[in-house]
Design a protein around this ligand. Sequence first.
Ligand code: EPZ
Length: 420
Amino acid sequence: MDKLVIEGGIRLKGEVVISGAKNAALPILAATLLTDEPCLIKGVPYLRDTNTMLRILRSLGKHAELDKGSVSVIPTKHSNFIADYKLVSTMRASFCVLGPLLGKLKKAKVSLPGGCVIGLRPVDLHLKGLKALGTNIEIEGGYVVANTAGLKGAHIYLGGEFGSSVLATGNVMMAATRAKGKTVIESAACEPEVVDLAEFLIKMGAKIKGHGTPIIEIEGVGALRGAEHKIIPDRIEAGTFILAALITKGDIILKNVCWQHLGALIDKLEEAGAAIKKTDGYIRAHLRRSLRPINLTTLPYPGFPTDMQAQAMALMAITRGISIITEKVYPDRFMHVAELNRMGAHIQREGPHAIVEGVKQLSGAPVMASDLRASASLLLAGLVAKGKTSVLRLYHLERGYENMEEKLQKLGAKIWREKE
Ligand code: EPZ
């Protein structure tokens, strides 16, 4: 296993090109199961997670290859409706093959995705929505076994205890494209990745309205055709590079970025002291003045993204004063707190809150990545810490950041890979 070693203290400067969004690419690849025709998906990042999704598509009877950022998905003669435990258990997003399999084949057997270090991640909303469309669902041997005599449109309230669900909205929306009649999803997720999925489905011939709002309407159609689509830029990767500029007191220009998807983050960072210039497809980030503490609360889109909480905490850890971070999407997503403290941060967790007392300097240390965004947080901390930081369990980072090491090196960071 590899680890990343970072020698902190360098101001990052230069340009970085943001990759396609992992969380848009995964459900869009799953959506190709809805058609018997070839699809071409461009701007797909080369990541451990996208690779897992390609393996799942192959196991379900598609020919799927990623070449120079494009995935061509071509049907084979053999279609399968069983998504295996070994693949699904490694990545929760694979659960969103359930909706397309039901829509296309009227049956599916998909392993339950299992637990996760960022907290409990149930699938009750996915199942509630699919049942409302007329699916029989049983849990057998750790699998969701689902079948339907024919999906029927329905009015579905899909909000949960923590608000809307991104992948449940996607799963139900995909199934509903093939249901008879009209489906209305109320309390639908409004994330840009859901909008991108809807745009792809529309290119395939689906009739969808209201995506990007909490009420999505889908009129079922008889069949979907193949389509070509380009994935939106990854807003979480972009946000991570903006923070890399600020935490190192550097100056970074981001290209292939959609600033319109980063409203809540940009607003908070400007409050903290950032100067963020934005035009179409371009962001420049640097500090306007010395940093001040901020309070932030994660919420479903357009609120502050939970996927940026750990990285924002790294910035607050070196911002003098007290910042309070409240996690409202995954109240247990705080595994990075102990590791940041190992680097000299003063962070105390109180239930869904983290109280961050900014320190003058972090000091490099060996730290353990517990999940994807926690690894990004530790990496950011390492960029500014005194001395060397080693981030262990690098595979978490590789799940969601394409060429992170090379991109940071190009910006001037001293970062390299070593054997653990
Ligand atoms: C997506 O996960 C993202 N993953 C996550 O990104 C992201 O953190 C999350 O949305 C929230 O923005 C992908 O898109 C592949 P949810 P998802 O269902 O859809 C509860 C990353 O780092 N809930 O919107 O699985 C759930 O427990 C990853 O890139 C239920 O109660 O998240 C949470 O509290 C990690 N029942 C809240 O809803 C359900 O059936 C929101 O989760 C489903 C979810």
